[in-house]
Design a protein around this ligand. Sequence first.
Ligand code: F6P
Length: 549
Amino acid sequence: MSNKSVIKSLTQRPAWKALATHHKKIAKLHLRELFAADKQRGEKLITEAAGLFLDYSKNRVTTETIKLLLQLAKESNLRGRIDAMFAGEKINITENRAVLHVALRAPKSAKIFVDGKNVVPDVHAVLDKMTGFANRVRSGAWKGHTGKRITNIVNIGIGGSDLGPVMAYEALKHYAKRDLKFLFVSNVDGADFVEAVHGLAPAETLFIVSSKTFTTQETMTNAESARAWLLKGLGGNKNAVAKHFVAVSTNAEKVSAFGIDTANMFGFWDWVGGRYSMDSAIGLSTMLAIGSENFRALLAGFHELDEHFRTAPFSENLPVLMALLSVWNTNFLGAETVAVLPYENYLKRFPAYLQQLTMESNGKYITLAGKKVNYQTSPIYWGEPGTNGQHSFYQLIHQGTRLIPCDFIAFAHALTPLGRHHDLLLANVLAQSEALAFGKTAAEVKAEKVPDALVPHKVFEGNRPSNTILADRLTPAVLGRLVALYEHIVFVQGAIWSVNPFDQWGVELGKALAQRIVPELENKILPPLQHDSSTNNLIRRYRKMKSPT
Ligand code: F6P
C-alpha cells in the first residue's frame, strides 16, 4: 500500500470489523482459561529486542486476536507511515513539518533529508557544541561572572522542555556528577522558582533557558525572574548574564532579544516536537549531569530501538505489538487508562514524562482527514513506581470496577544493590501481574476457611491484562530504548486511530484566554468584563480578595 493511498476510516477497515466479531467470541474468556489451554503460553507470547524483553502473554488475547491486530496495522498503512517518517516526509500535516526525532540519534554516517538537505551533520554539530560546553562546565573551566566555578544548574522550561530533562536526570542520577546540583523550574507559580533557588549562590549558578519557541509564558516569566535574581545577587552588572545564562531553542532572534549571547545558544529544529526533544539540545542538562559519553550512549540506545522499529517484522516488533495491544484494550475491552508501573525508583518521573508524550500526542478527536472520530483515541496514561503504588491505588486495579491495563517495567539488576531489597522488589512486580491475571476464586478463598460473609470481599476476579518489560539494568542506553519504545508506540497508535500525534492545537485556547485575562487581573481599574457570568464573577472575587480595600 503506498503512503498516498486512501485509508478507509478505522471502523470500516475489514480487520476492525473482524476484530469486533472476534471480540464477541472471546470477550468472556478468562486468562486462567487461556493459560490452561496452552501450557507454553508464557513462553510464546513474548518478544525481545535491543535488550528489552516483553512478556505480553497476560493480555486477554488469542493468537487470532494478534493476527487480526497485525492485519489492522497493515490496513492502516503502518508500513507506509513508518517509512514516511524515517524518510523525512512532512507527516505532521497540520503544521506542514517533518517528524524526525529519529534523526537526533542517528549515527554520523546516516543521511536523513528534509527539503533536500541532509540534517544529520547539523545534529552532530550541535552535539559537539553541547559536548564542548558540558566538558567546560563539568571540569570547572567555565567560570561564572566573579570567577567562581558553576555548582548549580537550573533548567527553566515547561512541557517537553522540562519533563524529559527532569525524568532523565532522575532516571540517570546514578551516573551523574554529584558535585553539581540540578534543579528544574517549570511552573509559572512563583513558588517553583523561589524554592529552586533557595540557598543557591548566584555566583555559582547557571541557568539553561529551554524553550523551542522562546515565547512560552511560563518559561519567559521564570527566565526574567532568574535574570533579576542573578543581577541582584551579583551587584547588577548586566555582563554577568552571559556567564550565567545559556539557551536551548529554535528561535535565535528571541534568544538574543532576551540578552543571551547566541554563541551560548544550542539549537534544534522545527522537525523536533517538544515532547520528542529530550535527546536534542533540550537534553543539555542531562549531558551536564551524566557527561557526553553517557549522553551518547543514551542516543545509541534510542537508535537501536529506532532500528528495531523500522526493520523488525510487525509480529516481533515491540512498539507495534504494545501499541496494537493498547488499541485492543482501549477500543474493544473498553479500558480508559494505562498504568505505567516502573519497579525502579530512579524511574519515578517516567509516568509523568509519558503523560505528555502519549496524551499530548494522541489526545485528539479529529482525524487526519479532518473528521470527528467515532471511536476512542488515547487512553489516560498514569502511574507511580512500585512498590509504592501497591499501598495506594492498586486496590482499584485489583478489585475496582474498571479495567486498568498495566505496563510493569523491571530490571534484573539494581543500580544500588542493598541486601535483599532487589529480590523483594522483583518478587512484588511478578506477584502483581500474576495476581491481576489469575486472581483468586471463591473456592480458593473458602478453602482458607474464611467466614462466608467475608468470601466475596476476598475474591479477586483476575483477568486484568498487563505487559511486563524486563531489562538488565537501567543504563543510559536502556533509558534511550525505553523512551524510544513509547515514542513509537504513540506513533503506531496514531497511525491506527488516524490522528496526527505531532500537533497540539488543544493547548492553544487556554493559553489565549489566559492572555486576555491577565490585564483583567492586573489593571488598576477593572476593564469591562465580557466573559460568561461565572468567569466574570471569579475575576471580580479574586480582585477583591487580593486587594480588599
Ligand atoms: O503547551 C504545549 C507546548 O507547546 C508543548 O508541546 C511544549 O513541549 C511546551 O508547550 C513548551 O514549549 P516551548 O519549548 O516552546 O517553550
